[in-house]
Design a protein around this ligand. Structure first.
Ligand code: 0GY
Length: 290
C-alpha cells in the first residue's frame, strides 16, 4: 500500500503545445513496481503508487517523445529488476541508470549493460537514503570503469560545497540531477547557484538535468520562477544539459504535476530550435546511445 500522503501521478495530463523534435529523449523518469511483481525495498523511505513500464511508455508516446532514460529510484533500493524488465521491453528505446551495491559482480554488471544500463546513481539526499560512505562510492566507480558507464548524482544545494572535491575526484562524466536542487527564492545571481555554475565551468565532465520545476517552484503549478535557472544552464552549457519529466514524480507534496505542462516549459528554457535539439536529442543520444 502506498503511503497515505503519497500523491499518485496525473491520470490525464494535457497534450503539450510544444512539439518535441524528432527523436526526443525523456532523460529522467522512473518505473515503480508493480509491487506484486517487483516489491519495494525493505529499507525504502517511502512507498509510492505503482507506476509500471506500460504507463511510462504510453506517456512517452502521448507527449511526443521517442526514448526514455529510466533512473532507479530509492524505493527499489539496489534491486534493479523492475528497471531491467522495463529496459528489456523497450529495447533501443530506453537506457537505464542503476543503483548498485559495491559487492556487485562483473557478470551482473555486464548483464545490466546488455539490458541498456549506462550509469549508476549516487544519492546523497538524506530524506531518501541512509548515508553511504565515500569509499563505497569510490569502489563502485572503479567497478563500472571498464564498462564506460558514467555517474548520476543527486544532492541538494546546501550539500554542494562539501561535495565538490569528491565530484572533482571522480574522473568520469557526472550528471547532476535537477540542477543540484537550487533554492529558487534566492535567485540566479545568489552565490549558491553561482557555485553550481562554477562547478560546471571548472569541470567539463559535469553535466546536469534541467528538470524538476515541479519540485523547485515556490508557486505551483506555475513554474516560471524556475525558468531562469534552467535557461541559464541551457544557454551557458548547451552541450552538457539533459531534460526529463521526472515521471511519476515521487514525493510530491504541493501538487500533482501535469506532464503536458512540464513539456510546455521546454521552449522557455531552451528558446531556439538549435538549443532544443541539443537538449532533447543530441546530448542524451551522445551520452546514452553512442
Ligand atoms: C527524483 C526525486 C526524488 C526521488 C528519488 O530515488 C528517489 O527516490 O529520486 C525526490 O524525492 O526528490 O528524482 O525522482
Amino acid at each position: 500500500m502506498m503511503d497515505p500522503d503519497y500523491l499518485p501521478f496525473h491520470s490525464s495530463p494535457s497534450k503539450p503545445e510544444f512539439r518535441a523534435p524528432a527523436g526526443a529523449v525523456d532523460a529522467h523518469c522512473h518505473v515503480f513496481g508493480p509491487a506484486d511483481r517487483f516489491p519495494y525495498h525493505p529499507k525504502r523511505k517511502y512507498t509510492p503508487c505503482d507506476a509500471p513500464k506500460e504507463k511510462l511508455f504510453e506517456l512517452r508516446d502521448y507527449l511526443g517523445f521517442e526514448r526514455n532514460v529510466i533512473v532507479q529510484a530509492s524505493c527499489h533500493g539496489t534491486d534493479n529488476a523492475a528497471l531491467v524488465d522495463a529496459l528489456n521491453t523497450a529495447g533501443e528505446r530506453a537506457r537505464g541508470v542503476a543503483v548498485v551495491d559495491p559487492a556487485i559482480t562483473e557478470d551482473e554488471l555486464r548483464r545490466m549493460d546488455e539490458a541498456g544500463v549506462r550509469a549508476v546513481r549516487f544519492n546523497f539526499v538524506k530524506r531518501l537514503v541512509d548515508t553511504t560512505p565515500r569509499e563505497v562510492f569510490v569502489s563502485i566507480a572503479e567497478k563500472i570503469r571498464p564498462l564506460g558507464w558514467h555517474i548520476v548524482v543527486y544532492f541538494e544545494a546546501p550539500d554542494l560545497e562539501e561535495l565538490t572535491p569528491f565530484l572533482n575526484e571522480l574522473d568520469t562524466t557526472i550528471v547532476v540531477d535537477h540542477m543540484g536542487r537550487p533554492d529558487v527564492s534566492k535567485g540566479v545571481d545568489h552565490p549558491d547557484f553561482q557555485r553550481f555554475i562554477d562547478l560546471m565551468k571548472n569541470n567539463e565532465r559535469i553535466w546536469t538535468k534541467v528538470s524538476c520545476p515541479e519540485r523547485l517552484t515556490q508557486t505551483p503549478p506555475d513554474y516560471s520562477d524556475v525558468v531562469p535557472f534552467a535557461r541559464t544552464l541551457v544557454e551557458t552549457y548547451p552541450d552538457r544539459v539533459l531534460w526529463g519529466t521526472d515521471w511519476p514524480h515521487p514525493n510530491m507534496k504541493s501538487h500533482v504535476p501535469d506532464d503536458g505542462k512540464l513539456v510546455d516549459v521546454i521552449p522557455q528554457i531552451a528558446p531556439t530550435p538549435e538549443l532544443q535539439k541539443k537538449l532533447l536529442v543530441d546530448n542524451p543520444m551522445r551520452l546514452y546511445w553512442s
